[in-house]
Every structure is written in C-alpha cells, then in structure tokens.
Design a binder for this molecule. Structure first.
Ligand code: URP
Ligand code: ZN
Ligand code: ZN
Ligand code: ZN
Length: 469
C-alpha cells in the first residue's frame, strides 16, 4: 500500500485553517492530504477533530529537589500522561546544579530520558552557575549543538541569578542566538515578605501567595525586559499570572523590546483562595507565581485572545501530596518549604479547549497556535507543530463533544492528585499518534516508552531572529 496509515474523514485544524481531509502517512511523515485510499491501516476520524499533537514547552520531569523531595513523575510516567492529554512533544528542563558543568547536567538528564519516553522530548537548559567556563566555552558550544533555549531564575535561593549574571547569560544569547526564558519574581522582596509573615505567625500554605503578590512579578518582569533591552536579545517571560505583568510586557514591546510570553492553565482556572483550603489541602495549589484572582484570570484570557501570549504551557511540576512532596515535614511547619509547582501535563489541552474554544473565547486555530505551532517555531522544533505535507505525523484525534469531569482516577501521571479535581470539561483527546505510531488509541495505551525520541532543537543561529515578533 501507498501509505502506512490514513486518518480518514476528520475535521483538521491548524494554526491557519480548518478543513476536512484524509491524512496520508508514510515513514512517520505526513505525505498527502485529500481524498486518499490504500493504507496498511486506516483510522476513521469522522465526527472527530484532528489536531497537531500538542507541544508542552514547559514541563518538569525527574528533577532533583531538596533532600527528601522526589518528583512524582519520571520521563516514563510524565510523557505517558502527556500522550493521554493529546501531546506528542514535551520540553522538560535540564537543571545545572551549582558547581556542576552544563555537560554533566545534560548527561544526567539525557540518561533519565533516553528510552523512557512515550512522546518526543527536547530539553531546555537551566543555568544556575554562570561561571567563566560556562559563559565562555560550554554554553556557546551547547547552543551550537542545538540546545538553544535556556531558563534563568530571578528567585529561589538555589537558582537565583543576579542582574549581573543574567546580563552575562544574555551576552552569550546575543552572540549565539539562544533564547533566554526568565522566571520573573523578585528574590529580595519574596525573602523579606516571607520573613515578615513568619515573624507574624503566618506559616500555612496561603501565605505562599501573600509572600509573592503580583507587583513582585511585575517588577521582575520589568527588570528582565530591561536586561533584554540592554543586551539586544529576545526574552521569553514564562508562567505569566496576571494583568499587571501583561501591561509591563506591553510597555516593553512598545519600546521595541522583543518580549515573548507564556501563560498556563493555573492562571485561568485556579485562584489564590485555593491555597486557603482546609489544613494542608492548600499546598496542592502552591506554585510560583501563584494563581491570583478573577481579574487576573480575565487579563490572562484577554492576553490569549489578543496575541499577548505566544505560548500556552502546563508548567507541569509534579509533587505528590505526601511526605516526598507537598507534605514534607518542613513544609508543614512553613509555606516556605513546600515544594513549588503543580501537575497539569494531561489536563492542559482539555482545559484550554473547553474553557477557551468551547466557550467561544478563542477559536480552534488560535488554540493550535498557542499549544503546538508557536512552541515549535519559537524553540526551533523542526517539522513539528502543524499538519502539513512533510511534517512529522504527530497528531491528536479529539472528540470535541465528550464531557469529562477531571479527576485523579482518570489521569496517568505519577503524582497522586490533580489541582483540577472536579472541573468539568467538554472535549477530550482520544487517540495520540507520534511520528505515525499510535501511542494512545481510544483512551488505551498502546505505545512503548522507547517510542519517543530525545530531540535536540535545531541550531539556535537563526532562532533568535525567528523569535522576533
Ligand atoms: O512553582 C513552579 N512553577 N515550579 C516549577 C518551577 C518553575 O519555576 O517553573
Ligand atoms: Zn519558573
Ligand atoms: Zn516551571
Ligand atoms: Zn527512535
């Protein structure tokens, strides 16, 4: 037969168009669109929506934490959960520990991922120790090899870089074309607030949000944009939580700074009040930046609608609701020790589809742009993120009318709770196909954990330009 697989009679959506056609797949690539026949296997997608597989450009898998803290997902369970959620590529982080070389860190994280993934995987670097060796030799070499995106932190005692150090990283980005992602929250303000709150007897999970209000994020966003401006590089502000931050991004763009921006499901459907639930329940919602209020949610929606946001990611950061995670003994003593981050790799797409597309806030083409096409273009994932001849056959087949009440019992991640428990959504991915191989079929796992490739992004040389808006 001419094709290995035909996906027949579906309604296809890309970032640009919606149309009905069969998709012909050979050797893992899309090779034909139209009225097709002659395949070893045909999947009937009538009545279904056929989308590019999701690309989750911000996830944390199998990261090392503080002593006693263990992430609930390794690469196998994390990418399995991603595949069930309609994703075909995820972008986790390779974290440099202080004192460690970037190469050692990469060797570590590649070893964790190789042969263990149900989806394709491509690493961002996290630079925590920008020594002369790192800035002068290692980072430029790695960018040239294709590790062309890296994250820096403006907070967290074990990760924070000074403005001086960020400028050093950005200078390398200017020279090599790498894209710098910034966690924009101000370290000193959070540290001061935390001490003040504790001194006043504020220890519970809700004080996490109180210690880092939106101005703390707005100030850091302004500083990150200014450092990018001084360095003449694009910058990606990740996990934006509300309108004040969005205004700061708009202001920077107004003076010509190339600021890209990402938001996440927690800023659309969770609130600061969730951290104030009974006992330690609130710890299930502790992430940074924290979810805020209705006004901030509306601002994030507006940013998705008007194009302020380029990317919609999960920031999946899977700690368990037990002593290895949210209920660490120190965390029960004070919010400052509760590991930051919440799971969401499987629920990212259904939440945006239901709350966004089904409720008429965004159209399906914008949905695809935010969740697949833009991340592929911005991070240089060649042949990914769209349905077109020559593209990788990374496809999710959705039932757009299926109603699901999100619950831990239905999910496939390695952690033991979902912050979205009880949220009803309409629209669910049923079948996920990675480079022509079915990974999840009608809600059943059929792929192998060795099916995913650990990709490298393409050379960053032209990507800095592409990232320009
Ligand atoms: O709280 C969060 N988001 N934890 C994950 C790490 C990060 O900063 O993205
Ligand atoms: Zn972050
Ligand atoms: Zn993150
Ligand atoms: Zn392979």
């Amino acid at each position: 037969p001419e094709f290995d697989l035909i996906i027949a009679k579906g309604r296809i959506a890309t970032a640009a168009d919606s149309f009905s056609a069969d998709i012909g797949i050979r050797n893992g690539r899309i090779v034909a669109l139209g009225q097709l026949s002659g395949a070893r296997e045909t999947i009937d997608a009538s009545g279904r929506l056929v989308l590019p597989g999701g690309i989750d450009a911000h996830v944390h898998l199998a990261q090392d934490g503080a002593p006693g803290i263990v992430m609930g997902d390794d690469f196998e369970t994390g990418t399995r959960s991603a595949a069930f959620g309609g994703n075909t590529t995820v972008m986790p982080f390779c974290v440099q520990k202080r004192g460690q070389s970037l190469r050692e860190a990469l060797k570590d994280y590649h070893a964790r991922a190789e042969g263990a993934c149900y989806t394709d995987t491509s690493f961002h670097l996290i630079v925590t120790d920008p020594t002369e060796q790192v800035l002068g030799q290692d980072l430029p070499a790695l960018v040239a090899e294709g590790y062309s995106s890296l994250k820096v932190f403006m907070t967290y005692a074990d990760m924070v870089l000074s403005d001086y150090e960020i400028l050093g990283v950005m200078k390398v980005a200017r020279k090599t074309g790498a894209l710098v992602m910034v966690h924009a929250e101000g370290f000193d303000a959070i540290r001061f607030n935390t001490e003040q709150l504790e001194a006043g007897g504020g220890f519970g999970p809700k004080f996490h949000a109180i210690s880092r209000p939106e101005p703390v994020e707005r100030e850091a966003t302004h500083r990150a944009a200014t450092l990018a401006e001084l360095s003449d590089v694009p910058v990606m502000i990740v996990h934006v939580s509300g309108g004040e931050v969005i205004d700061e991004i708009a202001r920077a763009r107004g003076r010509g700074v190339k600021v890209l921006a990402e938001t996440c499901p927690q800023y659309l459907v969770l609130e600061e009040g969730d951290l104030d639930r009974e006992g330690m329940e609130g710890s299930k919602y502790v992430c940074s930046p924290p979810p805020r209020d209705r006004t901030a949610q509306e601002a994030c929606w507006q940013g998705l609608i008007d194009g302020t946001f380029d990317v919609f990611s999960s920031d999946h950061c899977p700690y368990r609701f037990d002593e290895t995670g949210k209920l660490t003994p120190d965390g029960k003593r004070s919010f400052r020790w509760i590991p930051n981050g919440i799971p969401g790799i499987e629920t990212r797409l259904p939440i945006l589809f239901s709350e966004g597309v089904k409720k008429g806030r965004i159209d399906i083409n914008r949905f695809v742009a935010l969740t697949a096409t833009n991340p592929a273009r911005i991070y240089g994932l060649r042949n990914k993120g769209t349905i077109a001849i020559g593209a990788d056959a990374d496809i999710a087949i959705w039932d757009p009318d299926k109603t699901v009440v999100i619950g831990q019992d239905k999910l496939h991640h390695g952690t033991d709770y979902t912050p979205y428990e009880g949220l009803e959504v309409t629209g669910w991915p049923e079948t996920t196909i990675l480079r022509g191989q079915v990974v999840v079929r009608d809600g059943e796992l059929v792929g192998r954990p060795a099916g995913g490739h650990v990709l490298r992004p393409v050379s960053g040389m032209e990507q800095g330009v592409k990232a320009g808006r």
